[in-house]
Write a protein that binds this ligand. Sequence first.
Ligand code: CA
Length: 425
Amino acid sequence: MRVLVLFLAYLLSMVLLAAAYGGTPAAATPAMPTPGTPVPTPSPAEEDQAFAHFLSDFRATALAQGITADTYDAATRGLERNGHIQDLNLNQPEFSKPVWDYLDTAVSPQRIADGRAVLVADADILGRVSRKYGVPKEVLVSIWGNESDFGRSMGGYNMFQALATLAYDGPRTDYARPQLIAALKMMQQEHYAPSQMTSSWAGAFGQTQFVPTTFLNQAVDGDGDGKIDLWMSVADAMASTANVISNAGWVDGKPWGIEVKLPAGFAYEEADLNLTKTVAAWTKLGVRTVMGGDLPASDDPASIYLPAGARGPAFLVFPNFKSILKYNNAASYALAVCLLADQLKSAPPVAAAWPRDEQPLTRDERLALQNSLAKLGFDIGKIDGIIGSKARAALRTWQKAHALPADGYATQDLLTRIAMDAKTH
Ligand code: CA
């Protein structure tokens, strides 16, 4: 279950959040060429041939796992690699979107209005599914809106082409090969025509962008017509999504989190999704609701989440937030889902201001920051332009040593300061 959801998380975070996600493995490093020897690049014709060989070799793997020759051949007949997907697979975007820009889209007035319309139009389905699985209808509608804009952008790639391209070569073969097998199983089991099986470039599909392995393990027939269709049946998509969220541990009737105000002198190194304390312990440290009130009484473990560092809004998040993280392991995604769900319930919007004057670091700047940290002796793993957990831990340590709020959030200011430090080191 965890693994399946992580696959989904992996995909969606790549698609939605690109460089913001720290878990993307870097491209397999080829053996170092002898100096002076040009690195051989296969011609398109050679690559086409290699792709055809891959498909032919993979046939045996698929057949050994219960895929019939008919299914495999129907799915892969005339299949060509997709060069655009190969580019997307290999290249990290130069610019990453700041979380407030992402939330502006994810929780826009239009998205809220569309979500409210869906709550009315599909009230019967949503009410039934919500009661059966114990997941609020607003959360389901929010996931639907965030994943495909209520079915408007489900992805127009041929799923077999997308997954075979990723499975053939590049940094995501370990992800894509089992997904390709699972997509073949889906086709065989549900009798889909291959042409009907459309997906995002990363292979996520349908109203709520499942990946094939999650489909096989957790999709359900929500409308009782005997088949599961996550593209066309809203009932199937909502019931399947509710099933995944319920399996991820959502507890009905409990909050996902609340916006809070941190006290002056707060130990920012404690703002970490992996660190939990009781609400009583946070209260003792001076954490209040954003309006200055008492935190709700709760025995649940809670973490402080700062999506934009110490200068932005702060949230106290509970286990339900982490259930959404199991659906998609990108915290900004989980926040978008929870904030949109709140808006659908007419809860107050985020009160604190986002630090909109902050310019997110470009890829070159992220590389420079990693280099400076490495030069200062921090273990930050691979210098890959992705600010992951090691780089964030190093930033926190450096900030603490320099009497700055240890939020681990990479800013232009921090980049400059750390570069200066590394220069004189
Ligand atoms: Ca159905």
